[in-house]
Design a protein around this ligand. Structure first.
Ligand code: NAD
Ligand code: MG
Length: 396
């Protein structure tokens, strides 16, 4: 068993059946599983068999499916196990409110915002994979965690890297943060080539194994765009202090530059379990069975400037950062809607950025949020306008 002490003992995983969720359970198993931790709640959506198997294996107190129509199936799958079952939004809320010390926020999309906020409000430490919480709700989300009294620990590999490189004692000397981007499967594609790609080719990432949404977002660089906004809120930096550099090997996970010219980087294999383990045992480091870097075999690390013409998502992120306020929520909601339309083959790959830009421009005067309700209202309106833009495009 791992000799880690003072790590949180009671854990909840929102989104346990996804890519981050299953990696989180793997890390927990590596660190002693049921001997070291108590799993309070696990949540999923449609994959009932996996959710039930995870709940049985971990002895979770509660298993929740976000999909209400799956409630009976989940109840049947867990009959006799002693695991409580719930469904829908109220079920997610119940999961978030159980008194776990540490909550992994690994639901995909805006659906993760309400339960993560509920966990933050009662003071849990939040291991944040769901970048959409910060992109949509920004400072309100950070404030909610602060008010609750828990810690916000990034899990996104770039932000975990920056978190690991940032020295609080030298905040005054922080000059810039540099987010690395693999460039995705279409790094060398022309716009003409990108115009014809399908969701199937777009989801094949060269280095990382991830969920569908983030894989497509890596191909379009919308994932990096969301990460720029995520970084602004996490690290309280100005937009001009956020740089993006394409690094095809995904070995340097991100960097921090200081006023003396020093750059501190965090390196590792492209394996999310390192960032998840760090978030679980912070400020300590766990001992994990992940592949070690062999520098002699690596031989080289490449870097190149991102192309904002072929990847307009990065330009749109800068626009959202400059406009501030609810533009992050608008961009995120429009992108989620456009992503769904692309996966359902209702629009092409390049249409995604056009639709997001149309919606952002249409809502550029939207202002800032005073409450979370404002965030949900902006999210709804952006989705409505994105659907209009998609319908217009299809009838053109
Ligand atoms: P995924 O699609 O593999 O899993 C998503 C999880 O959310 C699943 O448990 C699913 O059941 C649940 N879910 C889906 N729709 C839901 C809904 N409407 N309501 C409630 N639950 C729902 O996604 P993932 O790749 O694990 O990503 C999860 C989050 O972590 C995303 O915000 C993503 O950007 C972020 N992230 C992922 C990675 C990665 O390597 N996969 C890396 C960095 C950040
Ligand atoms: Mg990332």
């Amino acid at each position: 068993m791992n000799p880690v002490t003072e790590v949180p003992r009671r854990l909840t995983i929102l989104g346990s059946t996804g890519s981050i969720g299953t990696n989180t359970l793997d890390v927990i198993a590596q660190l002693g599983g049921r001997d070291s931790f108590e799993i309070l709640a696990l949540t999923g959506n449609g994959n009932i068999d996996l959710l039930a198997a995870q709940a049985r294996a971990t002895g979770a107190r509660l298993a929740v499916t976000a999909d209400e129509s799956q409630y009976i199936a989940l109840k049947d799958a867990l009959s006799g196990s002693g695991v409580d079952v719930a469904a829908g939004r109220t079920g997610l809320d119940e999961a978030a409110r159980l008194d776990a010390d540490w909550v992994m926020a690994a639901i995909v999309g805006t659906a993760g915002l309400a339960p993560t906020l509920a966990a933050a409000a009662r003071g849990a430490d939040i291991a944040l994979a769901n970048k959409e919480c910060l992109v949509s709700a920004g400072d309100l989300f950070v404030q909610a965690v602060r008010d609750g009294g828990g810690r916000l620990i990034p899990v996104d590999s770039e932000h975990s890297a920056i978190f690991q490189c940032l020295d609080d004692h030298q905040r005054h000397a922080l000059e810039r943060i540099v987010l690395t981007a693999s460039g995705g499967p279409f790094r060398a594609f022309s716009r003409e080539q990108m115009a014809g790609v399908t969701a199937h080719t777009a989801r094949t990432h060269p280095n990382w194994s991830m969920g569908l949404k983030i894989s497509i977002g890596s191909a379009s660089m919308f994932n990096k765009a969301l990460e720029m906004i995520e970084a602004k809120h996490l690290f309280d930096v100005r937009p001009d202090q956020i740089e993006v550099i394409v690094h095809p090997q995904s070995i340097v996970h991100s960097m921090v530059g200081y006023t003396d010219g020093s750059v501190i980087a965090q390196l590792g294999s492209p394996d999310m379990r390192t960032a998840i383990g760090y978030a679980l045992t912070y400020p300590q480091r766990p001992s994990l069975n992940v592949e070690r870097l062999d520098f002699a075999k690596l031989a080289r690390l490449d870097f190149e400037a991102p192309d904002e013409v072929r990847f307009p998502a990065l330009r749109l992120a800068r626009t959202a950062l400059t406009r501030g306020g609810l533009q992050g929520a608008v961009m995120n909601a429009a992108e989620e809607t456009a992503f769904t339309a692309f996966v359902e083959e209702r629009i092409g790959f390049l249409d995604m950025a056009d639709i997001v830009e149309t919606v952002m421009d249409g809502l550029c005067g939207i202002g800032a949020a005073s409450t979370i309700a404002d965030v949900f209202a902006a999210d709804d309106e952006a989705r409505r306008q994105a659907l209009d833009a998609i319908a217009t495009r299809r009838s053109a």
